[in-house]
Design a protein around this ligand. Structure first.
Ligand code: UT7
Length: 349
């Protein structure tokens, strides 16, 4: 989406209007996506503009990745600032307010501080209750956070949960490394989940299932070589792109096959694939394996670049805002990132 349309999307109400104040914990509960919102920074940087300060070209970046531009955060556009803006938009979309929120799970690798968590900063801004925490799973952060939120809503630990992906990767870029600095952008996306009792089966709304994976043996192919705990070395992103690429398609294809099988569904049932937006070639590889035509895949990597944990909710928000994704449709999410971490989620809107 363009920045101007990023902050609000059309209203999407859950089928049952929220959870009753004291629903039966033994009855099945679904996490329904009640609202969606996003935020993109003000500063749009094209490949051509980047090529003025980095030894690269628009042609190379487009050919290898599909990226044309990215948004880069100004100093005031911190992880918490963007997360709060996206969260407000998601709440507005759901017709909810801060006091309806009793959990915030924020996927990020670029928090404002080691602690308190960025999620608690957002909680204060929104006047939300309950609890809030950050979750670290790199580019898989949103899918991981969605999975944790789903489990918490199903078990009655929360009834209204914000799941946010917010990233300022521009702050951890090595701007001397043209192999990585051209690939990433900043932004945030959020969904507001409501616990809705009495829903079952793959045709009713909500998160149908999620699958998470990680393989720590592959930790050194994509990492940050420092930390917020080391003021002498806050750290830059380091990536062996070829190695990540080599693992991406088959691991992602495996994860999406799992969530479909969990629900007795096939790729033919999927209305939209919303992949993590790292590289157009990886996205094509996964959709080809699934047999999904390009018209059913949401692509934002060309305009947003790789926004890590924010990429899926940003793409989801865009496809809602422009009316492509509609209520009742089946949406498949997948992501892979540093760790390696990867996972998938299947959602009936
Ligand atoms: O979200 C986290 C998950 N991450 C990913 O999914 C990333 C997966 N990997 C990739 O998308 C690709 O590996 C990249 C897009 C990162 C790189 O594409 P590649 O085809 O693997 O290129 P490469 O790194 O092997 O570099 C090929 C050439 C090299 O030149 P020589 O040695 O062949 O002369 C690089 O120096 O391209 C050169 N190069 C560039 N040239 C212009 C590398 N970066 C650039 C650049 N501009 N920005």
């Amino acid at each position: 989406m363009d920045r101007q349309t990023a902050t609000t999307v059309s209203a999407l109400q859950p089928p049952a209007e929220g959870a009753s104040p004291a629903f039966d914990r033994t009855a099945p509960v679904r996490a329904v996506l009640a609202g969606i919102g996003a935020y993109l920074p003000l500063n749009l940087v094209t490949n051509e503009a980047l090529a003025e300060r980095v030894d690269t070209s628009d042609a190379w970046i487009r050919e290898r990745t599909g990226i044309r531009q990215r948004y880069l955060a100004a100093p005031h556009e911190t992880c918490a600032y963007m997360a709060t803006a996206a969260a407000r938009a998601a709440l507005a979309d759901a017709g909810a307010v801060g006091s309806d929120v009793d959990a915030i799970i924020l996927g990020t690798s670029t928090p404002d501080q080691a602690f308190p968590s960025t999620a608690t900063r957002v909680q204060a801004e929104l006047g939300a209750g309950g609890f809030a925490f950050d979750l670290s799973a790199a580019c898989s952060g949103f899918v991981y956070a969605l999975s944790v939120a789903d489990a918490m809503l199903r078990t009655g630990q929360a009834r209204g949960c914000l799941v946010i992906g917010s990233e300022v990767f521009s702050r951890i870029m090595n701007w001397q490394d043209r192999g990585t600095c051209v690939l990433f952008g900043d932004g945030a996306g959020a969904v507001f989940l409501r616990a809705a009792p009495g829903l079952a089966g793959p045709q009713t709304p909500g998160i149908l299932s999620t699958r998470l994976h990680s393989d720590g043996r592959l930790g050194d192919i994509l990492y940050v070589d420092g930390s917020v705990g080391r003021p002498d070395r806050p750290g830059h992103l380091v990536m062996n792109g070829r190695e990540v690429f080599r693992h991406a398609v088959h691991l992602l294809a495996g994860a999406v096959a799992e969530v479909l099988a969990d629900n007795g569904l096939t790729a033919a049932d999927v209305d939209w694939l919303i992949p993590h937006q790292a590289n157009a070639r990886i996205i094509e590889g996964v959709s080809r394996r699934l047999g999904l035509p390009a018209e059913r895949v949401v692509i934002t990597v060309d305009r947003h670049a790789n926004t890590s944990a924010a990429s899926i909710p940003l793409a989801l928000a865009e496809a809602y805002a422009d009316g492509r994704i509609r209520r009742g449709q089946l949406v498949l999410l997948e992501a892979l990132g540093g760790g390696l971490t990867w996972g998938s989620a299947l959602v009936r809107m």
